[in-house]
Unconditional design. Structure first.
Length: 77
């Protein structure tokens, strides 16, 4: 909804769930996390969504590959 993609241009579904414990940097303690994974395919991208970074309703978005996320120390924490 936040990306303003039309319902007819997006297809997807829940894939699986993974629960694991890891250290929370912000609270400085181990926490249990439950991640739900979904797979979605957008069949028709607006020109705005085709850019590397863009803004919708005052909120900034950007696309990252898995390799880019792995190089981001904040994400890896």
């Amino acid at each position: 909804m936040e990306l303003k993609v039309e319902d007819c241009d997006i297809k997807g579904a829940y894939e699986f769930e993974k629960v694991h414990e890891k250290f929370s940097v912000s609270s400085q303690e181990n926490k249990c996390y439950r991640h739900r994974f979904y797979k979605y395919v957008i069949s028709n991208f607006s020109e705005n969504l085709k850019r590397d970074c863009f803004e919708i309703d005052g909120k900034k978005f950007y696309w990252m590959s898995i390799a880019e996320m792995e190089c981001d120390s904040r994400i890896m924490e």
